[in-house]
Ligand binder design. Structure first.
Ligand code: F6P
Length: 557
């Protein structure tokens, strides 16, 4: 028997630490409490367990916590050195140790423009110069000064990228669609399935389309395949020639050599740096599609909103710090209640892609089983993040939230004012948002259920038979995150809030949240399999399942 785990020694110092042990004891003492009783005991619970930052409200009162829980969790954060790690993050220390890199997405939105150093160099002049270049380009495209090969202005932006080079800009453009310029559309192509690029190309006109090839490394197979297909399609259009590529293809990348080798003039390349993680890159040149779509001023507000959350995170004491509180509640459920997942449930239609965005942000960051020092963690780390628009989920998967067997912490996210400016719809949406978190917290007791049945005229054996099925335990934890309206500024704040939440959890679990070695093995094997699929020769050894499937594809392709 081969066990990879055997090679890595385990470490139990965190779970044996005083703060962890105190939390374990507290959990044993409070696990059986019901939130409804806690609300009855403290009529000020909403005020006591909520925090505001500008137009954002975080109500965390519907959690399985008493007045003692958070102080114990803050002790854990202090023991883990969250304050000192936070300082290291903002000051450009190389906290991504396995790649020897600083982690400076916060510099990209450092609207205060204070110096931030990486490798002894102030990065702010680089950041500002690139932002100016993006602004200049955006101005030309949006004003119609930038022309395609037949001298027509640009009407369609196609962003070709995957992972962080797709999810962030796609999520933000979708969220901020009401801020978009009328005569400019944006499309996103990520899947290497030819269908997506083909369907997109069918919708656009080569004369008026601008392709942004977004790839931090500029080596990603899916992105380069789609980019090559787009270029081939472009060059097949009547009257196009190689020289026209410069008017229709630009790149967002850290790799100027590869961009140039692809055939994009590096004057049309928007640069970022290795200290920007792919999943944290929407604030960099990867955000070019966003800037083009909503304009420079609104993009600036997105940066400002994020910067304001950075300042909140950097300066607020742990006790009133939104990302810290969210992170600690997540640790409470993951490590003491054994919760395996974290649901993200937006009640704003335009936030529909937020769950997918946060899946990458969280799971690629904290899906780790080895500590910073290479020892295996002896506890759960990042949760399975999942979700969908809350209102649709109510009619689909909420059954499991209400009556399933698992503890599933859920973030409910809503805007008070709808972007649609329709109070009738907005009130129905808000009432569902409010009712669901209340129902998940309260549940419905046997007496209440019996009474409900009686009112409906059901009694006797029939009522007793139905009773257990209609009973709700409740006590399901939720956070309510409410913003005045889904604006660029508020969206920036919310995204930054989640980024810092993920960071704090990584610090507590003592893992490196900024590498992603786990995605490499599949990429390497896919290259081998592709060779075999195309050559028909068996060059590598496979298990019988993979070999059987490979042959199945070969026979049927
Ligand atoms: O394979 C995972 C990953 O490296 C992500 O971390 C990244 O966001 C994505 O692929 C795309 O990478 P790139 O921007 O280099 O094409």
């Amino acid at each position: 028997m081969r066990s990879v785990r055997q090679a890595i020694s385990n470490d139990t110092s965190l779970i044996n630490s005083p703060a962890w042990q105190a939390l374990r004891k507290h959990h044993a003492e409070t696990e059986s409490l019901h939130m409804l009783d806690l609300f009855e005991a403290d009529t000020n619970r909403f005020v006591n367990f909520s925090v505001e930052h500008e137009e954002l409200l975080l109500d965390y009162s519907k959690n399985r916590i008493t007045s003692e829980t958070l102080p114990l969790l803050f002790e854990l954060a202090k023991q883990a050195g969250v304050e000192s790690w936070r300082q290291q993050l903002f000051s450009g220390e190389k906290i991504n140790t396995t790649e020897g890199r600083s982690v400076l997405h916060t510099a990209l939105r450092n609207c205060s423009n204070t110096s931030i150093h990486s490798d002894g160099e102030d990065v702010m002049p680089l950041v500002n110069a690139e932002l100016d270049k993006m602004r200049g380009f955006t101005e030309k495209v949006r004003s119609g000064e930038w022309r395609g090969f037949t001298s027509k202005p640009i009407t369609d932006i196609v962003n070709i990228g995957i992972g962080g080079s797709d999810l962030g800009p796609n999520m933000v453009c979708t969220a901020l669609q009401p801020y978009a310029k009328d005569n400019l559309r944006v499309h996103f192509v990520s899947n290497v399935d030819a269908l997506q690029i083909k369907q997109t190309l069918e919708k656009v006109n080569a004369e008026t389309t601008l392709f942004i090839i977004a790839s931090k490394t500029f080596t990603t197979q899916e992105t380069l395949t789609n980019a090559n297909s787009a270029r081939a399609w472009f060059l097949k259009q009547p009257n196009t020639e190689e020289g026209d590529i410069a008017k229709h293809f630009v790149a967002a990348s850290t790799n100027s050599v590869a961009v140039s080798a692809f055939g994009i003039d590096t004057t049309n390349m928007f640069q970022f740096w290795d200290w920007v993680g792919g999943r944290y890159s929407l604030w960099s040149a990867v955000g070019l599609s966003i800037m083009l779509y909503i304009g420079m001023d609104q993009y600036q507000k997105l940066l400002e909103g994020a910067h304001s959350m950075d300042q909140h995170f950097a300066e607020q004491p742990l006790e009133s710090n939104m990302p810290v509180i969210l992170a600690l509640l997540g640790v409470w459920y993951a490590n003491f209640y054994g919760a395996e997942s974290q649901a993200i449930l937006p009640y704003d239609h335009n936030l529909g892609l937020l769950p997918a965005y946060l899946e990458q942000a969280d799971m690629e960051s904290n899906g780790k089983s080895v500590r910073r020092d290479g020892k295996a963690v002896g506890y759960s780390t990042g949760p399975i993040v999942w979700g969908a628009e809350g209102i649709n989920g109510q009619h689909a998967f909420y059954q499991l939230l209400h009556q399933g067997t698992r503890v599933i912490p859920a973030d409910f996210i809503a805007s008070v004012q709808s972007q649609a400016d329709d109070q009738y719809h907005a009130d129905i949406l808000a009432s569902n948002f409010l009712a669901q978190t209340e129902a998940l917290m309260r549940g419905r007791s046997l007496d209440e259920t019996r009474h409900e049945l009686e009112t409906a005229g059901v009694s006797g054996a029939e009522a007793e038979m139905r009773l257990p099925h209609m009973y709700f335990e409740g006590n399901q934890p939720t956070n309510s995150i409410v913003m005045d309206q889904l604006t660029p500024y508020n969206l920036g704040s919310i995204v930054a809030m989640y980024e810092h939440k993920i960071f704090v959890q990584g610090v507590i679990w003592n893992i490196n949240s900024y590498d992603q070695w786990g995605v490499e093995l599949g990429k390497k094997l896919a290259k081998n399999v592709l060779e075999e699929l195309e050559s028909g020769e068996d060059k590598f050894e496979h298990d019988s399942s993979t070999a059987g499937l490979l042959n199945w594809f070969r026979k049927k392709r």
